[in-house]
Write a protein that binds this ligand. Structure first.
Ligand code: XUL
Ligand code: MN
Length: 346
């Protein structure tokens, strides 16, 4: 079992967001990177996640040399603050070159763009001293099924992953599945799909996954079971804890705010598998509510960590012996109530 203080926490600059949604403008002023880094440090988080263009803004307009130079400057600043980079992720859903998808676009030039940008992200990861490249395959899917050949898309994904694995012998690809949004259906919707496609690549050992609670819920799955499944393969290399209220748009709610029992089960799964023992971070991919005032900009992150740590206590103080006796007796009704009473406390 990991020690409680063994957990190290993390978030990304996009998690301090301004509240804009498809129906209305931002409700909080934008904050620059320095401010976000200072807040991360002030609130005792240990690491930051980076999209490639969080690390090197306007990356598409810059030469390889300039990208490396700016990544080195960032590394110096992070070192100065004692903060590490948890991962780098190519943002492959913004550019006009990724309108029809990135690695699975029907246009060869666009596919080349996506792979080149991923290779630059690996260079940035090297400079920032992280071996994790997160791949959220945002637009790898379709709006209408006839638009792409799904069998060919699998081959294109494997081809792209293979080029990344050859570019750097140390990089590990951590696939973050999500079943929908922005696409109607995504090609890699679950952890099972991510781990299966890993086995088609040139180095399956270096292809693993990242579980986001909300994404698992959107796929109709139990995030705790996804954690156990991934960890039984030794493939859970990163984690985006949050919450989600039903099958709708991706909500990125604070961890445990909607289904505390499911959050408890996720923490129990992490505990029994020793998550964090190999240096993995607990990241919160959460956003403030649109109504949040600027003076409460960090509360969703701080509260998510608070809930997580309270649930670690709950997981450790759960009477396993008593639970086992109820399981032996097939008295799941009593076990059910025991969990509820434990969560409610005295
Ligand atoms: C999208 C999502 C992303 C990834 C990073 O739903 O979760 O923020 O985590 O690219
Ligand atoms: Mn995420």
């Amino acid at each position: 079992m990991a020690k409680k203080d063994q957990y190290r926490f993390c978030f990304g600059p996009w998690n301090i967001s301004e509240g804009g949604d498809p129906y209305g403008p931002p409700t909080r002023p934008p904050q620059n990177f320095d401010w976000k880094l200072a807040q991360l440090k002030k609130h005792g988080f240990h690491a930051m996640m980076f999209h490639d263009d969080d690390a090197v803004p306007d990356i598409d307009s810059k030469s390889e040399q300039q990208i490396r130079k700016e990544a080195k400057e960032l590394k110096k600043r992070l070192d100065g603050e004692g903060i590490v980079a948890e991962m780098v992720a190519p943002r492959l859903w913004f550019s006009p070159m990724t309108i029809d998808g990135a690695y699975t676009s029907n246009d060869a030039k666009c596919r080349r763009y996506a792979i080149d940008r991923s290779l630059r992200s690996i260079d940035i990861a090297n400079i920032l001293d992280t071996d994790i490249l997160v791949l959220w395959l945002a637009r790898e899917g379709t709006y209408i099924r006839e638009a792409k050949n799904a069998r060919r898309s699998v081959d294109l994904l494997v081809e792209a992953f293979d080029q990344m694995l050859s570019h750097d012998k140390g990089i590990r690809l951590s696939i973050e599945p999500k079943p929908n949004e922005p696409m109607d259906h995504a090609y890699i919707p679950t952890i099972g799909h991510a781990l299966a496609i890993a086995h088609k690549t040139r180095d399956p050992k270096r292809v693993g996954c990242l579980i986001e609670s909300a994404h698992a819920i959107l796929a109709g799955l139990d995030p705790a079971d996804e954690i156990d499944f991934a960890m039984s393969f030794g493939k859970l290399w990163s984690l985006h804890l949050n919450d989600q209220n039903g099958l709708k748009y991706d909500q990125d709610r604070p961890f445990g705010n909607t289904n505390l029992r499911s959050a408890f089960d996720q923490v129990r799964a992490l505990e029994r598998n020793g998550y964090g023992k190999n240096g993995e971070f607990v990241c919160f991919d959460v956003h403030p509510f649109r109504t949040t005032k600027p003076e409460h900009f960090m509360d969703h992150l701080v509260n998510s960590r608070k809930t997580f740590l309270r649930l670690v206590d709950k997981a450790r103080s759960f009477d396993e012996k008593k639970a086992q006796a109820l399981i032996q007796d097939r008295n799941y009704q009593a076990l059910d109530q025991m969990v509820i009473e434990h969560l409610l406390g005295k």
